[in-house]
Design a protein around this ligand. Structure first.
Ligand SMILES: N[C@@H](CCC(=O)N[C@@H](CS)C(=O)NCC(=O)O)C(=O)O
Length: 209
């Protein structure tokens, strides 16, 4: 049995986790999830029925981990120590990974759904406003090649995926700082390897109607 069972759908946030698994050279098997007929194994592991969901087979027991950012962090802890932060990088690693999973994701979803923060309620919304959130991320990335500084860490898989998807779906502005960061990540062999698998699965699903 592989170390991990990876429940995913190629057209989903599962792409983030596949990239993380490849950066870690992890041993995993894929369970493809049909939205209209979710496997019982997924529902048992994650009552939300959401992907990505990762099951880690660890000796005689298993660990279930969900939420793409947490899964990336878990994979780094268990299978990719080189992608963990150094003492100097740890604050940025945690700060921007949580920022991307919280305020940034909320800001992007609110914008995509057409949800406006009512006047005077910015202080209650964790992301304040879409503009504040986006400008904050641009300002941090302006001074560095990767989210923790000059070295790729697992935080770049998650933060970078938000930027990559945001540019693709135009839910983030076409800012030169975002574009340069995304381009740096898209050149990584493991990014290409993982995306290649999901793109092939999407093409196969489309050709089967
Ligand atoms: N907070 C979760 C969100 C996961 C999520 O919403 N996944 C979507 C696909 S991108 C899904 O499973 N949708 C199917 C459903 O809700 O039934 C994460 O960050 O992983």
């Amino acid at each position: 049995m592989a170390d991990y069972t990876f429940f995913t759908n190629p057209m989903s946030r599962g792409q983030i986790v596949r990239w993380a698994l490849h950066e870690a050279n992890a041993d995993y098997e894929t369970e493809l999830v049909d939205w209209t007929n979710k496997p019982q194994g997924l529902l048992d592991a994650n009552p939300m029925g959401k992907v990505p969901t990762l099951v880690h087979h660890h000796g005689d027991h298993t660990h279930v981990i969900t939420e793409a950012a947490a899964i990336c962090a878990y994979i780094a802890e268990v299978s990719a120590p080189d992608l963990l932060p150094s003492d100097e990088e740890r604050a940025s690693y945690l700060r921007w990974m949580f920022f991307a999973a919280g305020p940034l994701e909320q800001a992007i979803i609110a914008k995509s759904m057409g949800w406006d923060v009512p006047d005077g309620k910015e202080a209650m919304a964790g992301f304040g406003t879409y503009e504040r959130t986006v400008e904050t991320l641009i300002s941090v990335l302006s001074g560095r090649d990767f989210i923790c500084g000059d070295r790729f860490t697992m935080a770049d898989v998650y933060v970078g995926s938000q930027v990559d998807w945001g540019l693709m779906f135009q839910s983030l502005p076409d800012d030169p700082v975002f574009k340069a960061y995304a381009e740096r990540l898209r050149q990584r062999p493991k990014y290409k390897e993982a995306k290649g698998i999901d793109m092939a699965l999407i093409a196969e699903a489309e050709s089967n109607g």
